[in-house]
Write a protein that binds this ligand. Structure first.
Ligand code: ADP
Ligand code: MG
Length: 243
């Protein structure tokens, strides 16, 4: 139910974006058309023509950017789970979230053992989960005025389980707040949605995992996510059950 809630919300957000997209794309088109008209109708000054062309090029680049951003967010996330390389997801997450951390003057550290570890998950959802936790951690740091916010993501591998910890030295949570994590629309942010954690908790559950949180107001928060490691044996056991 929560997942479908989150997905409905996502569809709504996407359709809002689509509506605004029409304007976003029409404006640069109008500008380009205007400048081409001026050139066609006889502007001969070399410098002016070059300036018009520069403006047209940057308007077109902006349009391309807007369209590719839209395609990226509107790509539907399926439900299919597959063996997923967690280390690769961590690498992608770091690339995606480092600019956001930098923007908030937060140091983002992601460390993991060199070996590959597989989980059975939906890779797009798992990526979104990592992004959600790191985004919140960065935002929690940004709410505190300290020399430097710090977010650390660690991956530890044990016999059957992989443990991911996401720790920040941000604003922290009261016990009351921590208890409400993962329930729909719980947010302490003015423009928050409360859907990030809802989606993430449900996704982790659906991968057979667990989430725990330790938090202290003013000191920071540590999330611990445990997920079963994927091995051939697990698959064989599943197939045996399904047969
Ligand atoms: P949003 O970020 O839009 O508020 P989320 O579902 O991502 O929604 O998070 C819900 C709430 O959980 C946040 O508003 C915040 O109060 C709390 N929270 C989540 N992660 C952290 C964190 N690392 N530190 C402090 N509070 C957090
Ligand atoms: Mg969030």
């Amino acid at each position: 139910l929560f997942i479908s809630y989150a997905q409905n919300e996502r569809v709504r957000a996407i359709s809002h974006v689509a509506a605004s997209l029409v304007h976003e794309v029409r404006n640069p088109l109008t500008a380009v058309k205007g400048f081409l008209t001026l050139i066609r109708d006889g502007v001969t000054d070399r410098g002016r023509i070059e300036r018009y062309i520069e403006i047209c090029m940057s308007e077109i680049a902006r349009t391309e950017y807007i369209l590719s951003e839209y395609l990226a967010i509107s790509k539907p996330i399926g439900d299919k789970q597959e063996p997923t390389d967690l280390e690769e997801l961590l690498r992608i997450t770091k690339d995606v979230m480092s600019p956001y951390a930098n923007m908030h003057n937060v140091l983002l550290e992601i460390s993991h053992p060199p070996e590959t570890v597989w989980i059975l998950a939906n890779p797009d959802k798992m990526k979104q989960v990592l992004v959600n936790f790191i985004k919140n951690a960065v935002e929690a740091c940004a709410e505190v005025s300290h020399a430097r916010g710090k977010v650390t993501l660690r991956l530890q591998i044990a016999a059957r389980k992989v443990t991911l910890t996401i720790q920040d030295n941000g604003i922290g949570m009261t016990e009351e707040q921590a208890k409400r994590l993962g329930s729909v629309y719980f947010s302490t942010k003015s423009s928050g949605t409360g859907l990030g954690m809802t989606f993430s908790y449900q996704a982790i559950l659906s991968f057979g995992g667990t989430v725990n949180v330790q938090s202290e107001p003013g000191a920071g928060t540590k999330f611990t996510i445990q997920l079963p490691i994927y091995t051939r044996d697990v698959e064989e056991a599943r197939e045996a059950v399904e047969a």
